[in-house]
Design a protein around this ligand. Structure first.
Ligand code: 6R9
Length: 635
C-alpha cells in the first residue's frame, strides 16, 4: 500500500511530480495494487481534448460492486458498511454490514432484472436518504444498468425533465420522505411527473412513511414483497472500463440541465484513491459526509469512494436543525465519527446558533474536517476550526465539480498546511492552469484568472448524455486543449489555489448549483411577467441568495406586489424546487440590455451586491435610463 497514504509534504510533492511526469505509470500502479479486475486494461489512457474523447483503462473488465462489496467479504464481512441514522433520533440507527449489504444489493439487482431491466437501461432513482437509496444505486451497477439519481427535494417538473432526457424505463421511489418535522409525499410528486413520461414502464416503491398513496395498476409495485421473493445471489455483470456507470444532472448556464455521464473504471480508481488520501481514512474509522446522495458529493463520497475502501460510511436521513441545531454534533458523538465532511452553508447555519450547541457533545473522535460545495468564507472556516475541530483537526477545503467526479484541489490532512479560504494544492494527478480571458496560461505564482485543467484525470465525465456537442462547447471550446471549469481562481505566492467563484451564469445557493436560465424560465411563466433576470447576492447562511429583477407586462398591474412575489416563488417551487426560491424580487420598468439584446447581469449583480460605485460604462446600453430607476428602488 506504499503510495496509497501520503505521509508528509515532501512525499506529496514526490508523488505529485511522478503523477504528472508519468501519469500512465502512476495510475496503472494504483489500479493494479488496489482493485479487483476481471481483465486488465490494454491501454491506460488515450485522449484528445479537441474531439473531446477520453478513455482510461481501455480493454479492462470489471464490476464496481465487486470492488465495493464482494472483495471485502472475507476480511470485512461483519464490519459495518453503511451506518444509517434516521431522521427521528428515537428511531434506532442501523448497522448494515458488508455481508448484509451484499445480500440486499443482490436481491435488489434480481428484482430489477425480474422487472425487465437490462445492462445499459437507465433507471431513475428518486429516493430519500435511506439505505434503499444506496442499495438501488449499487443494484443498478451490479447489473450494468445506468443509474440516474434525482435529488428527492426536486419538483415533479425537474424530475420529469431528467427522466425524459435520459429515457429512463423505471423509477425507484418511496411512498414519502421525512425531513425534520416535515413529511413529504414523494410518490405524489412521482405520479404527477409520470403523467408526462411515456417511457416509464415500472415504478418500484419503498415503504418509508406509510403515507396514503395511490398505486397505478400494472405500473407501480411495492418493493418489499419483490425483495422477499428474490434470491440473494446475483452474478455481477462484467463491464467494460468505459461503460457508463451513471448519469447525474447538473445545471448549466443556459437551457436544460446537463446529464453528465461517468464511466466505470476511471471513476472507481480515482474516487477510491482520493477518498483514502484526502480524508486519510484508516481501517475502523467512521466516516460521515452530510451531503445528499442526489448530488455528486454523495455519489463519490458517501457511496463509491468509501465502499471501495471497505470503509464505514454514515447515511443520515435528516437535517441539521432537527430536533434541534445540535443534531450533527449529537451524531458525531453517538457514532464516534472520525472524518466529517459538510458544506459551508451548513457550517454558517450552525455557527449562527452559537457554540453552546456544540459544547454539549463530545467531539473528540474527530480527526479530519472537510468542506465542499462553494468557497468557504473566513468566518465560517474559523468557527469550524475552533468549535468543531478544536484547532487540532485539519480542515480540507475540497474543490471539485459534478463534471470532475471527484476531488481536484484539496489539502492532504496532516500533510498540507492549511490556509483559510484556500483549497491549497492540486490533488495527485491533477494539472490545473490559470488562464486569462485570451486563453493564455498564466505561469508562475501570484496570478489570477480562470481555472482550467490541462490533462485528463481518471474520474472526469466523458460526455453529456446524448449531447456530445454541448459537452465539447461547454468545457473544451472556450480554451484550446483545456477543460474549462467555469470557476475563477488565483494562485498565491506559494502556489496555493483559492477559488474565487463562478465566472458564468451559474449561481451557487447553499452549495447547490443553480443555472439562471431555468429559474428565469419559471418566473416568466407567470402570466403577469414580461421578463426577468436573476443574480446572486451575498447571504449570511446561504452564501449566495437569489435576487430577481422582474418586469411586468402591465406596468400598472393592479395586484399587489406581495401577492405576485408569493405566486412567483410558488411557481419556482413547482418547476425547480424550494432550493431555488428567490430571497428578493424587485419589480422594475426595464432591464438593462446591450444593443444586441443581452441582459447585462453584471450591472444587476452590482446593484444586488450594493456595490454601485463602479458600474462601468453604461452609455453603450440600449436603455441606460432604466439603471437609475433600478438603483433607486433596489431592495
Ligand atoms: C462537488 C460539487 C461545482 C461548483 C464548482 C465551484 C463550487 C465546489 C468548492 C467550490 C470553492 C470549494 N465549489 N466546491 N468553490 N471551493 N471547495 O459541489 O459539485 O455541485 O457540481 O458544484 O461548486 O463553483 O464549480 P457541483
Amino acid at each position: 500500500m506504499s503510495n496509497y497514504h501520503i505521509k508528509h509534504l515532501e512525499e506529496y510533492y514526490q508523488i505529485y511530480r511522478k503523477s504528472i511526469r508519468e501519469p500512465e505509470n502512476f495510475w496503472e500502479e494504483v489500479a493494479e495494487e488496489h482493485f479487483l479486475w476481471r481483465k486488465k486494461w490494454d491501454k491506460v489512457l488515450s485522449w484528445d481534448f479537441a474531439k473531446p474523447e477520453i478513455k482510461w483503462f481501455e480493454g479492462a473488465k470489471l464490476n464496481i460492486t465487486e470492488n465495493c462489496i464482494d472483495r471485502h467479504l472475507v476480511t470485512r464481512g461483519e464490519k459495518t458498511a453503511i451506518l444509517f441514522e434516521p431522521n427521528n433520533p428515537d428511531e434506532p440507527a442501523q448497522h448494515i454490514t458488508y455481508q448484509q449489504l451484499f445480500e440486499r444489493v443482490n436481491k435488489m439487482a434480481n428484482v430489477l432484472k425480474s422487472q425487465g431491466i437490462k445492462k445499459g437501461d437507465r433507471v431513475c432513482i428518486y429516493v430519500p436518504m435511506i439505505p434503499e437509496l444506496a442499495i438501488a444505486i449499487l443494484a443498478c451497477a451490479r447489473i450494468g444498468a445506468i443509474h440516474s439519481v434525482v435529488f428527492a427535494g426536486f419538483s415533479a417538473t425537474a424530475l420529469l425533465t431528467r427522466i425524459n432526457d435520459s429515457d429512463c424505463k423505471m423509477v425507484i421511489t418511496s411512498d414519502g420522505s421525512y425531513r425534520g418535522a416535515k413529511t413529504i409525499d414523494l410518490k405524489g410528486i412521482v405520479d404527477e411527473a409520470l403523467e408526462s413520461c411515456p417511457g416509464i414502464e415500472k415504478v418500484l416503491v419503498v415503504k418509508r412513511t406509510g403515507g396514503n398513496i395511490t398505486m397505478k395498476e400494472g405500473r407501480d409495485m411495492w418493493l418489499q414483497p419483490l425483495l422477499d421473493e428474490a434470491s440473494k445471489q446475483c452474478p455481477a455483470e462484467i463491464m467494460d472500463a468505459e461503460d457508463p456507470l451513471f448519469i447525474l444532472y447538473t445545471s448549466g448556464s443556459t437551457g436544460q440541465p446537463k446529464g453528465m455521464v461517468h464511466t466505470t473504471a476511471g471513476y472507481m480508481v480515482y474516487t477510491a484513491y482520493s477518498f483514502k488520501n484526502a480524508f486519510q481514512y484508516r481501517e475502523n474509522d467512521v466516516y460521515w459526509c452530510t451531503a445528499d446522495i442526489g448530488w455528486i458529493t454523495g455519489h463519490s463520497y458517501i457511496i463509491y469512494g468509501p465502499l471501495a475502501n471497505g470503509a464505514t460510511t454514515v447515511l443520515f436521513e435528516g437535517v441539521p436543525s432537527y430536533p434541534d441545531f445540535g443534531r450533527f454534533w449529537e451524531i458525531i458523538d453517538k457514532h464516534k465519527v472520525n472524518q466529517f465532511y459538510t458544506a459551508p452553508t451548513a457550517i454558517r447555519a450552525l455557527a449562527k446558533q452559537g457554540s453552546e450547541m456544540v459544547e454539549k457533545f463530545d467531539l473528540s473522535s474527530i480527526k479530519v474536517l472537510g468542506s465542499v460545495g462553494e468557497p468557504i468564507n473566513e468566518e465560517a472556516w474559523h468557527w469550524y476550526n475552533d468549535n468543531v475541530g478544536k484547532k487540532k483537526s485539519p480542515i480540507i477545503d475540497t474543490w471539485w465539480q459534478t463534471e470532475t467526479g471527484a476531488i481536484m484541489i484539496t489539502p492532504i490532512p496532516f500533510v498540507t498546511p492549511t490556509k483559510p479560504t484556500y483549497a491549497t494544492l492540486p490533488f495527485i494527478g491533477v494539472q490545473p492552469a490559470i488562464v486569462n480571458e485570451a486563453g493564455e496560461e498564466l505561469k508562475g505564482n501570484q496570478v489570477e484568472g480562470r481555472l482550467c485543467i490541462k490533462f485528463p484525470w481518471p474520474s472526469m465525465a466523458r460526455t453529456i448524455w446524448r449531447n456530445h456537442k454541448r459537452y465539447k462547447e461547454t468545457y473544451f471550446s472556450t480554451y484550446k486543449n483545456m477543460y474549462f471549469t467555469g470557476d475563477g481562481a488565483l494562485r498565491d505566492e506559494v502556489g496555493y489555489y483559492r477559488i474565487t467563484g463562478r465566472v458564468d451564469d451559474v449561481i451557487i445557493v447553499s452549495g447547490h448549483n443553480l443555472g439562471t436560465a431555468p429559474i428565469e424560465d419559471a418566473i416568466n411563466e407567470h402570466p403577469a411577467v414580461a421578463e426577468s433576470a436573476i443574480v446572486g447576492f451575498p447571504h449570511d447562511i446561504k452564501g449566495t441568495a437569489l435576487y430577481a429583477f422582474v418586469t411586468l407586462k402591465d406596468a400598472g398591474e393592479s395586484r399587489i406586489h406581495e401577492n405576485l412575489r408569493k405566486e412567483i416563488n410558488q411557481l419556482i417551487t413547482e418547476r425547480i424546487g424550494p432550493i431555488a426560491k428567490l430571497d428578493k424580487i424587485q419589480f422594475t420598468a426595464g432591464l438593462p440590455k446591450t444593443r444586441s439584446g443581452k441582459i447585462m447581469r453584471r450591472i444587476l449583480r452590482k446593484i444586488a451586491e450594493k456595490d454601485t460605485s463602479n458600474l462601468g460604462d453604461i452609455s453603450t446600453l440600449l436603455n441606460p435610463e432604466c439603471v437609475k430607476e433600478i438603483m433607486d428602488e433596489a431592495l
